[in-house]
Design a protein around this ligand. Structure first.
Ligand code: MN
Length: 227
């Protein structure tokens, strides 16, 4: 077949000891750690989880520089556990959710906080605050068959060698299986989907030249420098 424009390349993420993982969609969970919900001015009572998305090609692989994005003066870091979906499913029960997990990675939900804040105030979509180019840095994926379910363990982010964010995966308001169950009631999850599961407190701004070093116990660290 002849295509009207060049065929888009499918973004991929390396898998430790395996083939590349093709990225289909990127879903993100908002306010999934109580302390972060509080720092953003919200009551972290278990309101249902809510989601937003980034384009698949917002992926930026660890080790590559991140260009400081346009139209912001307040670029924030959000360190997150990323879940890679391996098998299709709709209305997945919590007890079956783990079987849909292909693997896990360390990721950053980079955010133009000033644009997001303005959108919130005006009741407008968050897309331009969240889904911009290179807004989804990610480290290699570890297969769940090797890590087992990740439901606890330290998550932290250093900027320029200083600890900025720290938390524990067990502090997720909505666990990974609960998040998969809920999200799969809204859309059919497909192989290649990534879920950024939310960030602990300590989100703050970065500037050009900053090096971000992210960690989740048991996974390969993420490192990104802002250019
Ligand atoms: Mn986030």
């Amino acid at each position: 077949m002849e295509f009207a424009v060049p065929l888009p390349q499918i973004p991929t993420v390396p898998v430790i000891g395996g083939a590349a993982f093709p990225v289909r969609r990127i879903f993100c969970v908002g306010r999934n750690y109580a302390a972060h919900a509080r720092e953003m001015g919200h009551d972290p009572d278990r309101e249902p989880p809510f989601f937003f998305t980034k384009p698949a090609d917002a992926i930026l692989l660890t080790g590559n520089p991140m260009p400081y994005p346009p139209k912001t003066a307040d670029l924030h870091h959000e360190i997150e556990l990323v879940v890679a979906i391996g098998t299709e499913g709709a209305d997945i029960p919590v007890e079956a959710a783990q079987s849909h997990v292909y693997g896990y990675a360390v990721g950053l939900d980079m955010t133009r906080r000033d644009l997001q804040g303005e959108a919130k105030k005006l009741g407008r979509p968050w897309d331009m605050g969240k889904g911009f180019d290179f807004s989804a840095p990610i480290a290699p994926i570890h297969r769940a068959s090797e890590t087992g379910p990740i439901d606890r363990g330290a998550i932290w982010l250093d900027v320029g060698g200083k600890r900025r964010q720290t938390g524990d995966i067990s502090d997720l308001i909505w666990s990974v299986p609960e998040t998969i169950a809920y999200l799969s009631g809204l859309v059919t999850l497909m192989p290649g989907d990534l879920i950024y599961s939310g960030t602990p407190d300590g989100v703050a701004a970065v500037v050009r030249g900053d090096t971000l070093h992210g960690h989740v116990d048991g996974l390969t660290d993420l490192e990104v420098t802002i250019r």
